[in-house]
Design a binder for this molecule. Structure first.
Ligand SMILES: C[S@@+](CC[C@H](N)C(=O)[O-])C[C@H]1O[C@@H](n2cnc3c(N)ncnc32)[C@H](O)[C@@H]1O
Length: 198
């Protein structure tokens, strides 16, 4: 992972061919894009931040929301979190996380349950890497994070400024220049911030 060389992930070089091949092999269509096969800019920045500031998660119960490859969850586990729950409704993400957690020698609990419309989980820290790319999803994430805050959790978000990032709710805490792939982004380096959800 370019910004996080301590962590290795199994990732793809190309998004669309992987997506098409998965649909062909399963004789299905309508699968979501293979988000799980890449280390997104927001996740890279957030993983870097957590590894450089382990006190944010050490000894705490952590939720990684929209875990994808598991990058942020792995960073939290490596930083000494007491327990890490990685949530992603895509079953392929869970399979990727399992491979990637083992590759990095950490234990992460995984769930494909969509937690967004439920009660806030009992977690002291909620981490969100690159989850503000769709309007409806972003609105649900904000409502969920409000409940997490009300329940006493601290919320950190890594995001390169996606369209539905709720900037009016955020306080910037760190700035990173994240190397990314042209396969996903319009630039080779994405300026990406870590934000506190206020
Ligand atoms: C752009 S990827 C980011 C993955 C990872 N956090 C990173 O930064 O590399 C967004 C992820 O959010 C997941 N996602 C979509 N809807 C979700 C939901 N309702 N709850 C949790 N995760 C969701 C997707 O399946 C995808 O894996």
């Amino acid at each position: 992972v370019p910004l996080v060389p301590e962590i290795s992930l199994q990732v793809a070089d190309e998004a669309v061919p992987l997506w098409q091949k998965t649909e062909e092999d399963l004789a299905t269509d309508g699968l979501p894009p293979p988000f799980w096969a890449f280390a997104w800019a927001g996740g890279q920045a957030l993983a870097r931040h957590v590894l450089d500031h382990p006190e944010l998660v050490a000894g705490k119960r952590v939720l990684d929301l929209g875990s994808g490859s598991g990058l942020v969850a792995i960073a939290a586990a490596m930083s000494g979190a007491a327990h890490v729950l990685a949530c992603d409704p895509d079953d392929f993400a869970l399979a990727a996380m399992e491979v990637n957690a083992a590759l990095n020698g950490v234990v992460v609990t995984m769930s494909a349950k969509d937690v967004l419309d439920g009660d806030a989980p009992e977690r002291e820290v909620v981490l969100v890497g690159d989850l503000f790319y769709e309007r409806d999803l972003a609105a649900r994430v904000v409502a969920f994070l409000d409940r997490c805050r009300a329940g006493g959790a601290g919320v950190l978000i890594g995001d390169p400024g996606r369209s539905y990032l709720p900037k009016d709710r955020l306080v910037a805490v760190a700035d990173y220049a994240v190397p990314v792939t042209r396969e996903l982004e319009d630039a080779e380096i994405k300026r990406t911030r870590v934000w506190r959800f206020a």
